[in-house]
Design a binder for this molecule. Structure first.
Ligand code: SAM
Length: 132
């Protein structure tokens, strides 16, 4: 009975992204790259494919992935507006035109087109059809 109550309590707790969005935490993510953190994923990539990066953070890996799949398109989503702003600015600065960044939640996606999804921070990739 106590276990059931504990589990119900945990389920009702709102999710919190514990590292937060301080400049230290954001810079840490911004210094990652496809080579250092997503090399496992590149064998699955093809030129021209559509990618959805869920939890893209400041977009460092997302932009690297966008370069690999060009002229395909990458959409990065994140719940945190500050991260989306940084990602979009980096895309502009780096001249990456096949990536766009939107506020969004992996639990409530509204994409109907088939694509390939990645969440590099917790290495796994899933087909979008299981998300929409
Ligand atoms: C550890 S960072 C990873 C950033 C980047 N993907 C990387 O690997 O460098 C995780 C990001 O996921 C975002 N996030 C957490 N929960 C999310 C959710 N439910 N939907 C979308 N993004 C989420 C956080 O805001 C954070 O920016």
């Amino acid at each position: 009975m106590i276990l059931v109550q504990i589990l119900q309590g945990v389920k009702a707790m709102p999710e919190k992204y514990t590292p937060g969005y301080s400049s230290n935490a954001t810079n840490f993510m911004a210094n990652r790259s496809v080579d250092t953190h997503a090399a496992f994923f590149t064998p699955y990539l093809r030129l021209g494919m559509k990618l959805l990066d869920c939890g893209c953070g400041p977009g460092a890996i997302a932009l690297g992935l966008a370069k690999v799949i060009a002229p395909g398109t990458l959409t990065g989503i994140d719940t945190e507006a500050s991260q989306i702003r940084i990602a979009a600015e980096s895309a502009f600065t780096q001249g990456v035109s096949n990536a766009n960044f939107l506020e969004g939640n992996i639990y409530a996606l509204h994409f109907n087109e088939p694509c390939f999804a990645t969440m590099e921070s917790a290495p796994r990739w899933i087909s979008c059809s299981s998300l929409v």
